[in-house]
Ligand binder design. Structure first.
Ligand SMILES: Cc1cc2nc3c(=O)[nH]c(=O)nc-3n(C[C@H](O)[C@H](O)[C@H](O)COP(=O)(O)OP(=O)(O)OC[C@H]3O[C@@H](n4cnc5c(N)ncnc54)[C@H](O)[C@@H]3O)c2cc1C
Ligand SMILES: *[C@@H]1O[C@H](CO)[C@@H](O)[C@H](O)[C@H]1NC(C)=O
Ligand SMILES: *[C@@H]1O[C@H](CO)[C@@H](O)[C@H](O)[C@H]1NC(C)=O
Ligand SMILES: *[C@@H]1O[C@H](CO)[C@@H](O)[C@H](O)[C@H]1NC(C)=O
Ligand SMILES: *[C@@H]1O[C@H](CO)[C@@H](O)[C@H](O)[C@H]1NC(C)=O
Ligand SMILES: *[C@@H]1O[C@H](CO)[C@@H](O)[C@H](O)[C@H]1NC(C)=O
Ligand SMILES: *[C@@H]1O[C@H](CO)[C@@H](O)[C@H](O)[C@H]1NC(C)=O
Length: 614
């Protein structure tokens, strides 16, 4: 274990293997080389805070709370070190695509499937969620950026808490972000990135940089976006979300390695004596006492199958992500009464909103063959692949140094494309600065149709979905996967906006600015897809998630019966239990990067926890 990852935290396995009473175990463990919490806390498996889920949010919390050496913290994580499982797949940014295909088999992903989607011809789909220290920050495509000022204002209003305005959240955005320039000269001259000095927060914790390589394709799409009236702006780290910008990534420069909550927040503090990481440990249930106070978590070691309780003196914090935090609440007795009754789960609190009103974004692709080198060549030409590997190894530049998504565009659908919108869609009002559609690039095709050819994709991404979905249970046992229904496109508004987005992508790709590199006719959806009905059908056939689901434990006012957590992430109706992760949002914030929102909420609420006196 040590040599693989530098980890030494298989505490649960150790506990079970040593096979004696817990107090002796504690002493033995803390006298070993293994980093461990104070031996008393460890011996009793009793901590101030127990965090369920060592993912994106969970490790921010663990890191911040243990800055105070008098606070003891346990992290319960079902996975283990990502590198122990997947070698360099989570490390090299350019392997993001390959990892995406392999994560489930590697058991670095939970392997969830969504229910047949009624607005998508009953298609089902897999829905990736990271299962490792660092959670989904190991699997994502690394984009980083802020949400819009208007959406923050809306958030503050929804929860009656002015600390969520953009101006007041900026301190946490800055606390998270450690900006470094990419290697000088690494990007092509026509892809010079732009960030205002005042926005380039450099003293935070999470490494953020522009890619050390820009795909040729992206520089041409940039021209296409300009041609349709979407203009370049500074990186999306100033509260603006309209225009297009070169992507910031959670990548460490100049090494060009992926930064995750595990590499940035956990690794540097692993040796803290007040932090215990129970990896390979599955949380089954939150334990409550008679006064509905959360007192601990029942867990099972996935190594030994032993079940025991880890106790929390101060709080239990759920950071198990958008599906499993509501799942864990439900099997523990917090959720819609009727559902709990159906599975004979004793009711702790009737909270109808648990698992409801979940938001997700969906996307649609347009594909062409192009007269450029794209990553299609990487998969076909071993000599080129070897060159690219050498370049990365020696110089930390080239296609492997970046995930390839290079730029992001955001806009409100322009007037001339709204003419056909239904009255209901016209009535759907968002803050003035909240984009409706995002534009995304991929330096590869959906398939290789002809050997030796290069393909590329541009996508429209639904930024302000009106459809909401749900997460629920089909068993009282946490080990049985939850029922996940994003209900994509259940609102007709989303179909109309998506079709408009698809038209805009086609407009950009058929602009004269891009003509020099476009080869032949559109391959996807193809010229037979002409009318709005055709396009809506194409959306139903091919619409796909970018894995950005959020808000399944809605944050709201305590007077709102559908709210699950209050403005401080505290679960309404019980005591000493919070949810802090992607599920605990009032909606899916716009912007290039859900993960940024998760990091920043965790930074903010870590402060709140530290300031809470018991
Ligand atoms: C393929 C993909 C691409 C993405 N691309 C981007 C992108 O480019 N930019 C962006 O900003 N966002 C992106 N996202 C979304 C972003 O990564 C997530 O929104 C964010 O990481 C979620 O953080 P979280 O803390 O809510 O949950 P997670 O990071 O998923 O953490 C949850 C943790 O809880 C653990 N856990 C769950 N249940 C249990 C249990 N019962 N017992 C013990 N442990 C448990 C899990 O193993 C996991 O480690 C992407 C996501 C995916 C999957
Ligand atoms: C990643 O690991 C594989 C397998 O060990 C190796 O072949 C490859 O060269 C490594 N890639 C890099 C960029 O180091
Ligand atoms: C989807 O499934 C539902 C329920 O089984 C069925 O009524 C409907 O006709 C199906 N739709 C399609 C397009 O197959
Ligand atoms: C930008 O420069 C790169 C590298 O020289 C080149 O491949 C690409 O075609 C250029 N893009 C445009 C729009 O000229
Ligand atoms: C794990 O333990 C439970 C209960 O103690 C038992 O029902 C189950 O069969 C065990 N599973 C394995 C894989 O041993
Ligand atoms: C719930 O309990 C009742 C009565 O004990 C039993 O009949 C029923 O089968 C149980 N349901 C489930 C889903 O376990
Ligand atoms: C590394 O960069 C230098 C300077 O740009 C270049 O000459 C060299 O060929 C690069 N090495 C590799 C292996 O790509």
């Amino acid at each position: 274990m040590h040599s693989l990852s530098g980890y030494s935290v298989l505490l649960s396995a150790l506990l079970s293997l040593l096979h004696s009473s817990s107090s002796v175990l504690g002493a033995q463990a803390s006298s070993s080389e293994r980093p461990s919490p104070s031996s008393a806390a460890f011996a009793l498996r009793r901590f101030d805070y127990v965090i369920v889920g060592g993912g994106t949010a969970g490790l921010v919390l663990a890191s911040r709370l243990t800055e105070n050496r008098h606070i003891t913290v346990a992290v319960i994580e079902a996975g283990t070190s990502p590198e122990a499982v997947a070698g360099n797949l989570t490390v090299v940014p350019g392997y993001a695509g390959a990892l995406f295909g392999e994560a489930t088999q590697l058991n670095l992903d939970w392997g969830f499937q969504v229910t047949p989607q009624k607005s998508l011809l009953n298609r089902t789909a897999s829905y990736l969620r990271g299962k490792a220290l660092g959670g989904s920050s190991n699997l994502n495509f690394m984009s980083y950026g802020q949400s819009s000022k208007g959406s923050h204002k809306k958030w503050a209003e929804l929860v009656s808490d002015q600390s969520y305005t953009y101006e007041n959240m900026l301190q946490y955005y800055r606390k998270a972000m450690k900006f470094t320039e990419p290697q000088a000269g690494a990007r092509s001259a026509n892809a010079t990135a732009w960030i205002a000095a005042a926005d380039a927060a450099a003293s935070g914790t999470l490494p953020v940089t522009f890619g050390a390589y820009v795909q040729s394709w992206s520089t041409w799409v940039a021209l296409g976006l300009e041609a349709i009236g979407i203009h370049q702006v500074s990186a999306f780290v100033n509260g603006n979300n309209l225009g297009w910008a070169w992507n910031l990534y959670t990548i460490k420069s100049p090494k060009a390695t992926r930064a995750t909550s595990e590499t940035a927040y956990l690794r540097p503090v692993l040796r803290r004596h007040n932090l215990a990481v129970f990896d390979s440990t599955f949380a089954r249930r939150i334990v409550f006492d008679d006064s509905k106070t959360a007192t601990g978590v029942e867990v099972t070691s996935t190594m030994t199958n032993r079940t025991y309780i880890v106790s929390a003196d101060k709080e239990v914090i759920l950071s198990a992500g958008v599906f499993q935090s509501p799942h864990l609440l439900l099997v523990s007795g917090v959720g819609p009464k009727a559902v709990l009754e159906q599975y004979n789960i004793s009711l702790i609190a009737d909270r109808p909103g648990v698992g409801q009103k979940m938001y997700d974004q969906n996307s649609i692709s347009v594909m062409y063959q192009v007269d450029l080198v794209t990553n299609t060549r990487l998969s076909q030409d071993p000599d080129y692949a070897a060159e690219v590997l050498e370049e990365y190894k020696h110089n930390r530049t080239g296609p492997l140094s970046s995930p390839g998504g290079d730029l992001f565009g955001q806009e409100k659908i322009p007037k001339e494309f709204r003419a056909g919108f239904s009255d209901d869609t016209k009535a759907y009002k968002l803050p003035a600065d909240w984009p409706e559609i995002g534009y995304v690039v991929y330096p590869n095709g959906a398939s290789v149709l002809q050997k030796g050819a290069n393909y590329a994709i541009m996508q429209a991404l639904l930024m302000a979905p009106r459809s909401t979905g749900s997460v629920t249970i089909k068993s009282a046992d946490m080990a049985v996967a939850p029922v996940i229904n994003p209900d994509w496109f259940s609102s007709q508004t989303d179909v109309e906006v998506m079709v408009a987005g698809l038209k805009r992508v086609r407009q950009a790709l058929s602009s004269s600015a891009m003509a020099p590199i476009i080869i032949g006719d559109e391959l996807l959806p193809g010229q037979s897809v002409k009318t709005e009905e055709d396009m809506a059908l194409y959306v139903a056939q091919r619409g796909s998630t970018l894995y950005h689901a959020m808000a399944s434990n809605k944050m709201g006012k305590t007077s709102d019966p559908d709210a699950v957590v209050d403005n401080r992430g505290r679960v309404i109706g019980v005591k000493k239990l919070r949810v802090i992760d992607g599920s605990a949002f009032p909606f899916l914030p716009p912007g290039p990067s859900p993960q940024t929102q998760v990091y920043v909420l965790a930074e903010k609420l870590a402060d709140d926890i530290k300031n809470t006196v018991y």
